[in-house]
Ligand binder design. Structure first.
Ligand code: GUN
Length: 295
């Protein structure tokens, strides 16, 4: 058995971003309009700060208007809702993203519901969730990570996933649940597994398509992977890397990558797999929102 193909999410994301950039230029030339993305973060979580900064930077690279709102950890729910209201009413903003998780004193569901559906480029609003769950994803904003993962899966397998058994490990609203909906809409037979699933290893071994989104470093071992499976690793976990020097760390996924290489037919690396796709899809959603707003 040959070693798994490494799915280059970075290269695919770069192609998508190049297309978004070209379309944004066209929108500007033809309609005098510039897509606008506002990202907001509450608190100092370093990983979230990095994500938000890269989203804002990529928006600038795409030629978008880019706003970054960095709010103190003690910001009240009312203040955050006030910001969302202002962004909803701002005609220069087409996409609003509030980075999750939010501090405990803020009701994330309430904040997400407050974002105007037509600016919900994260695809978290109940209307967008409902559209995806009822087979109307084309009319919705699809959450960026699952949308990006689907592109990578289709690049490897093709559009028709009928007859394929997919296992999604993780049941979050951001990744696991929408991922399962998208796979189902593509005619895969879908199982959602999670940390409380009995015989998780055995369930994973049934998967032709295995999506790992649990947030536990290298939890999915090589022998959990069916020979020839396509493995999509959504996890981004920072672990100590003493071999790189004292105090150093490195990023790993939810899958034990080196073990998986001998089993999978194709696998996304971490970093360089799903991560860049998430940001690319956010840019694509923001562009679509600008077009819908009158481009
Ligand atoms: N936290 C982790 N992933 C995401 C995402 O895609 N969007 C938002 N808003 N928060 C996140």
């Amino acid at each position: 058995m040959s070693e798994a193909k490494r799915i280059d999410g970075k290269a695919t994301a770069a192609r998508i971003v190049a297309r978004v950039k070209a379309e944004a230029e066209r929108l500007r030339a033809e309609a005098g309009m510039r897509p606008g993305l506002a990202v907001a973060i509450v608190g100092e979580d370093p990983a979230s700060q990095v994500y938000v900064a890269s989203k804002a930077r990529m928006a600038e690279e795409c030629g978008f208007r880019s706003e970054r709102h960095v709010l103190a950890a003690e910001t009240s729910e009312a203040e955050l809702l006030g910001l969302v209201e202002r962004l909803n009413a701002d005609p220069t903003i087409h996409g609003i993203l509030v980075q999750l998780p939010l501090p405990k004193h803020i009701d994330a569901g309430k904040v997400i519901r407050a974002i105007a559906v037509e600016k919900d480029v994260d695809g978290f609003h109940l209307t967008n969730v409902g559209l995806i769950g009822t087979g109307q994803a084309a009319a919705a904003f699809v959450p960026c990570t699952p949308a990006g993962a689907m592109i990578l899966i289709r690049d490897v397998i093709g559009d028709d996933l009928s007859g394929r058994r997919a296992v999604v490990v993780g049941r979050s609203n951001i990744v696991g649940k929408p991922m399962a909906q998208l796979l189902l809409a593509a005619d895969a037979t879908v199982t959602i597994a999670h940390s409380r699933t009995a015989d998780l290893a055995e369930v994973c071994r049934t998967a032709d398509i295995l999506v790992a989104a649990v947030g536990r470093p290298q939890m999915i071992r090589g022998d959990w992977i069916r020979q020839g499976a396509v493995v999509i690793d959504v996890g981004v976990n920072r672990i100590p890397a003493p071999e790189r020097g004292e105090g150093r760390t490195r990023l790993v996924g939810d899958v034990a990558y080196d073990e998986a290489l001998g089993r999978a037919s194709a696998i996304t690396p971490v970093p360089g797999g799903v991560g860049p796709m998430t940001i690319a899809m956010l840019m694509a959603n923001t562009l679509v929102s600008a077009f819908r707003a009158g481009g």
